[in-house]
Design a protein around this ligand. Structure first.
Ligand code: SPV
Ligand code: MG
Length: 552
């Protein structure tokens, strides 16, 4: 236990060096710096937590709260500065019980009147009588939990200008009252006063010192003189104030965060301090996730004659629309949805496809093969839960979310606006991947997404546009089952004679993803439509490209 640890340190031969902390993170930093214990400074918490003077304006429960936070953040013992115990001996009893109950190793109680003023402030410092203070110490030790608690009795006799003799008289009385240690506080400009006290102190009770006003005194020197515990009470707070003041001034003036980057802690350091790694490990350990991580394969191998010269030096996926390529936009959308494992199949102008952190696959035969071959060029990536998308589509985030929510083994995003566009705007069915679903009447001018995803009966470009219920937008999600069916369909195609047609494809090499999907459907594997209404576009022609610019 931390209390025992502190008692052991008191018995040991070395000086015990404490750093004052004002919150959990300053305590953590003090622990990392190698301090033996933490001093929960009333000066520090008044300033940092409340921006108020150190004058008993922070209540016992507020101090306790901070001490608990600090105690939870560090493994080393915590000594709480409890001022005067927040009142008389009765208040001291409750203070002792509460802090002991919170696992705080020790408390410091001083002989200042209530309310107190910080010892370092100029002006009056009134003390209670020696007897009253001795009563506080006896009260602390006899309170429930108080016996184990390390109780430091602090005299402000030197602070009040009462002299060494009075300090000695008080210290002796407090030691007799049962104090575990005695803090002889001083704000003299030199350590002479406290050194003199230590020199003539004959008691066995260990001495504590706070060398704020005589900062040249070293731990070694103070220890040699007879002090067992040395508290650097407010340096962490003052370091934080100086650093924040300077960097905020620069930041305000320059208006760009980068200018102070070198002077502030990295995010990683903060992550480390607050235990992000442990947090993530616990998430994995204790929070069940029904969803396996989703990965994505983007098919960006193809070459389309009609887009020349636009795509002279790059494939469609790398076409820029308002400063960002289609692929970049897709990747950032996928990443925002939590999909980290993203593969891209390159073919035409492969060298132009480069974005960080992508798995790259190649379909060198992109000129003579279809999207099915491109997909299987990324065969190692075809596993788990997978999104498959064409590299030439731009789509709304909500479409992605709806697909990810679907529990079907195979879900394809199907645009039901097809009917309206085809009928009212005369959109050409040329090149569109159309679908016929099982349970939806075609002639519907209104769109309401159905609760249950509709099963797709037919998919392809040669479907009669009047009977099509929608258009496959080139984005689908597959469960591990769905992937297995896809592989089965691919094997079926591969087993065909070279010149045999495969659904709409002249031969299997030319097969599209939609041909594989049709094969799956024919094998009675359920392929479902997640119905959407607009919110996407495909870049297939110059006109599409122009439209993309105007829409984004
Ligand atoms: C504190 O840190 O709150 C102390 C030490 O009590 S001092 O501020 O020097 O009084
Ligand atoms: Mg204090």
């Amino acid at each position: 236990m931390k209390t025992q640890r502190f008692r052991d340190l008191l018995q040991g031969p070395h000086p015990i060096v404490l750093a004052g902390a004002h919150d959990a993170i300053s305590a953590k930093l003090a622990e990392r710096a190698g301090f033996d214990a933490i001093w929960v400074s009333s000066f520090g918490i008044s300033a940092a937590q409340k921006s108020m003077p150190d004058a008993n304006v922070v209540t016992m429960t507020e101090s306790l709260e901070v001490a608990k936070n600090i105690n939870a953040a560090v493994k080393i013992p915590v000594i709480a500065d409890c001022d005067n115990g927040y009142g008389n001996a009765i208040n001291v009893m409750r203070t002792a019980t509460e802090f002991a109950g919170a696992g705080i190793a020790g408390i410091s109680i001083e002989d200042a009147t209530f309310p107190k003023r910080c010892s370092l402030y100029p002006g009056r410092h009134d003390l209670v009588s020696t007897e009253e203070m001795a009563g506080r110490i006896r009260a602390a030790k006899s309170a429930p939990g108080g016996r184990e608690l390390v109780v430091i009795a602090r005299t402000e006799a030197l602070i009040s200008g009462l002299g060494i003799e009075e300090a000695m008289k008080r210290a002796t009385a407090y030691a007799q009252a049962g104090a575990d240690a005695l803090l002889i506080h001083s704000k003299a400009k030199s350590s002479q006063e406290v050194l003199e006290f230590a020199k003539i102190w004959r008691g066995k009770t260990p001495l504590v010192v706070v060398p704020t006003m005589f900062p040249t005194a070293s731990v070694e020197e103070l220890h040699q003189a007879g002090f067992k515990v040395i508290i650097f009470a407010n340096q962490a707070l003052r370091a934080a104030v100086a650093a924040m003041r300077d960097q905020l001034n620069i930041l305000r003036k320059e208006g760009r965060a980068e200018v102070i980057d070198g002077a502030i802690a990295s995010l990683e350091e903060v992550y480390d301090l607050v235990g992000v790694q442990e947090f993530q490990a616990r998430e994995e350990q204790f929070i069940p996730t029904s969803e396996e991580p989703v990965s994505a394969v983007i098919l960006a191998a193809g070459f389309e004659q009609q887009l020349l010269p636009l795509i002279e030096d790059r494939p469609k996926a790398m076409l820029e629309i308002k400063g960002r390529s289609i692929l970049e936009r897709q990747v950032s959308l996928l990443r925002a949805a939590g999909i980290r494992n993203i593969s891209v199949v390159r073919g035409y102008r492969a060298e132009a496809v480069h974005l960080p952190n992508l798995h790259l696959y190649e379909n060198p035969a992109y000129q003579t093969t279809g999207t099915a071959a491109s997909l299987f060029a990324a065969e190692p990536a075809l596993k788990g839960r997978l999104l498959i998308l064409y590299g030439d589509i731009l789509f709304d985030r909500t479409i992605l979310e709806r697909l990810l929510q679907s529990s079907a083994d195979v879900s394809l995003a199907v645009d039901r606006a097809w009917y309206d566009l085809y009928l009212t705007q005369g959109r050409s069915p040329e090149g569109a991947d159309l679908v016929i679903t099982h349970d939806h009447p075609v002639q519907s001018h209104r769109f309401l997404p159905s609760e249950e995803p509709a099963r797709i009966l037919k998919i392809g470009q040669r479907i009669d546009s009047k009977s099509a219920t929608g258009e496959f937008i080139g984005l689908g999600s597959f469960s591990p089952n769905g992937i297995a069916w896809l592989k089965e369909a691919f094997q079926v195609g591969q087993a065909l004679p070279q010149e045999a047609p495969f659904h709409e494809a002249r031969n299997f090499a030319k097969a599209s993803l939609t041909d594989l999907l049709q094969e799956m459907i024919n094998r009675e594997h359920p392929v479902h439509a997640v119905e959407i209404y607009k919110g996407w576009l495909e870049v297939d022609t110059f006109e599409d490209y122009r439209r993309a610019w105007s829409k984004l």
